[in-house]
Design a protein around this ligand. Structure first.
Ligand code: ASP
Length: 365
């Protein structure tokens, strides 16, 4: 009887010890063996980074009032994205919201403040990409659409296509009930004067020299100032560990009607992939388009195991410059690391992390 009791007791003890060990191992696995993306979810790491172009005014021409106006708009844009992320919204929505703020401002070369073609019209480019699904949407040389970034999102989510241009993009916008504005809405004196100056002085298109002299195209500083860049973009990581990127622009002043730059081209400017990072560029589109800047940064992470900062610096400061390009890029990776680089005297830019503290900069660090 005693022996039976002892056997039963030791059996029970054995089962208890076994259960205890199983629990311990499960707990250990939960804590240390989960994938980085799962850990990210637990840690609620999220962030948004924005840019308003890499061709900033020279310091001596930036009045304190104007600087304040830029800072206010950049903060509004960051906060629009941050509120979505903090509330558990997704990175695509955050990127769209942040870019819409800058598109609605006359300060940036996108949406309302878009530059003019040589014929005095506004043709807009934009794109957005979801790093989780690898779906993307873009619009090129589209007129009259108040928020091209939202139209790009509609292309991504409501059409089977990636890129719609010109009249076709406008027809799609109308079909989707996107907001359409009259030509006057897009008129800003600054952009108009910039075009007139370019037309009168016969300055080469967008600062580009004829092909045979292309080698000497180096930095934005050589082209004067006001009408440089100011394309806008955003990249974000949400609480679920999903990345997204977006870019919007009026393109280069005095461009030929129908010219499409890098901003709506997935991989050239906008690129997002949960495996690697999210990128948005600004600068001479014709150079980003042959370098495939966004995809190149992602590939350096993917295939060469580079850290985000090293990849961004390599592509912008070495590769882009080596082909006569100029401009900049912002990026964020799946761990929430942030990196940016630019070739000129500054880039309107900023980021905000979960604590709500934001960083905004215009000139060099
Ligand atoms: N990348 C834009 C374009 O070439 C210009 C810019 O960034 O300002 O259209």
């Amino acid at each position: 009887m005693k022996r039976i009791f002892n056997r039963r007791t030791s059996g029970l003890v054995f089962k208890l010890v076994r259960m205890f060990i199983i629990c311990l191992v499960s707990l250990f696995c939960l804590l240390f063996c989960s994938k980085p993306s799962d850990r990210q979810k637990d840690a609620s790491t999220y962030a948004i980074v924005i840019h308003g172009g890499a061709g900033v005014r020279y310091r001596e021409e930036m009045t304190s009032e104007l600087e304040k106006e830029y800072l206010v708009e950049l903060e509004k844009s960051l906060m629009a994205g941050y509120e979505i992320l903090a509330g558990g919204g997704n990175s695509v929505a955050a990127v769209e919201a942040a870019i819409r703020v800058m598109e609605d401002s006359p300060l940036f070369n996108a949406g309302k403040g878009a530059s003019f073609t040589r014929d005095g019209i506004n043709e807009l480019d934009a794109s957005i990409m979801n790093g989780n699904t690898l779906r993307a949407g873009g619009v090129g040389a589209v007129r009259s659409v108040k928020n091209p970034i939202s139209l790009a999102r509609l292309v991504m989510e409501e059409s089977p296509h990636v890129l719609l241009v010109g009249q076709g993009a406008l027809a799609f916008a109308k079909e989707m009930n996107a907001e359409i504005m009259p030509d006057e809405y897009f008129f800003t004196e600054r952009q108009w004067n910039s075009l007139q100056r370019r037309l009168k002085e016969d300055i080469p298109y967008g600062g580009m020299l004829p092909p045979e002299k292309n080698d000497s195209v180096t930095s934005g500083k050589s082209y004067g100032n006001e009408d440089l860049y100011e394309t806008v973009g955003a990249v974000a990581l949400d609480k679920d560990g999903n990345l997204a990127a977006g870019t919007s622009t009026g393109g280069r002043v005095k461009k030929r009607p129908g010219r499409v730059g890098d901003s709506p081209i997935i991989g050239a400017s906008t690129y997002a992939n949960n495996k690697t990072c999210a990128v948005s560029t600004t600068g001479l589109g014709e150079k980003h388009m042959v370098l495939l800047t966004g995809k190149e940064i992602s590939s350096l992470l993917d295939h060469k195991g580079l850290q985000l900062k090293d990849a961004v610096h390599d592509v912008i400061l070495k590769q882009l410059v080596s082909i006569g390009g100029e401009g900049g890029a912002i990026s964020i990776d799946k761990q929430g690391n942030i990196a940016w680089a630019f070739t000129g005297n500054g880039m309107y830019r900023g980021f905000v992390k979960p604590d709500g503290k934001f960083v905004i900069k215009i000139y060099e660090d």
